[in-house]
Write a new protein. Structure first.
Length: 285
């Protein structure tokens, strides 16, 4: 009996233990599922937040990209405008450059025409250079000098052959012995007196001096008789004489207002037309 009661007690206790363990087993799993649901909810919430953030970033990125595209389009448009403008300016510059070349050619033509006109107006004129100036000098004094010169070189100039005579005004203060310009009635007369003056200098050891003009003061002053050249021709003649000084050319002279050079007696005559031409002849071998 005691054993039976003990067994009953034991069974009862074991049942209680089982009941408690079953209750505990039932309680704990339910608590675990509840935590997993919370984690799952939190995870979903986190994912939603991440998605929301990514969507916002995507929107911002698209907005930035649109702004960049708009900026690029604006830059591209500006570049295209600048390129078109540059092409337009380039065409204008080319047109102006071409016009400048044409203008320079036309100016050169006009300068040549003016030069020819000046040569034509001076074709009957000659100059007497380095003549001492008198304190009170008149046209009659100048005329008398020419008459004495004509007699000295055995020319046939008369007073009626002279249309005008004057002394060139000095370009600088203090210049006294400026050239005397004589305008004759014909080119033949001018050529004759130039030829006679040149012959006189060749035939006489003492070349033409102020004494041959009838001057009593400074009578030993050398004088030079030559045709009246234009400013351009005078400059070319001055430069062309460098060719003779360099011994590359033997002869250099003027005739009818123009400048000529010749290498040898039988070589071709070269008309000097520009300073560049003189430089080319100097540099030529």
């Amino acid at each position: 009996m005691d054993s039976a009661s003990n067994r009953s007690a034991s069974d009862s206790e074991s049942n209680q233990v089982k009941s408690k363990s079953t209750t505990s087993a039932r309680i704990f799993p339910r608590c675990k599922r509840k935590r997993e649901d919370e984690y799952q909810t939190d995870l979903c919430s986190f994912k939603d937040e991440i998605k929301s953030m990514m969507l916002e970033q995507e929107k911002e990125l698209k907005k930035v990209l649109r702004e960049i595209q708009q900026s690029n389009c604006s830059i591209q448009s500006s570049i295209e405008h600048l390129i078109a403008q540059n092409e337009e300016f380039k065409k204008k510059i080319e047109s102006l450059e071409q016009q400048r070349k044409e203008d320079r050619k036309y100016i050169a033509v006009l300068e040549d025409r003016i030069e020819d006109m000046q040569i034509t107006t001076r074709k009957a004129n000659f100059e007497i250079k380095n003549v001492p100036r008198k304190d009170t000098e008149t046209k009659d004094d100048l005329m008398e000098m020419v008459m004495c010169l004509s007699k000295s070189v055995s020319s046939s100039v008369t007073r009626t052959d002279i249309k005008d005579i004057y002394r060139v005004r000095p370009k600088k203060e203090g210049s006294k012995n400026t050239p005397i310009v004589v305008e004759t009635s014909s080119t033949l007369l001018k050529t004759n007196i130039l030829k006679c003056s040149k012959t006189f200098n060749i035939q006489h050891k003492k070349k033409l001096r102020a004494l041959h003009l009838g001057l009593k003061t400074g009578e030993d002053t050398p004088i030079y008789v030559s045709e009246q050249l234009t400013s351009k021709s005078s400059r070319l003649y001055f430069l062309a004489r460098d060719l003779t000084r360099s011994k590359k050319y033997k002869f250099c002279w003027t005739a009818y207002g123009k400048v000529y050079v010749r290498r040898e007696e039988n070589s071709a005559i070269i008309a000097i037309r520009s300073e560049a031409q003189v430089q080319q002849l100097l540099n030529a071998s």
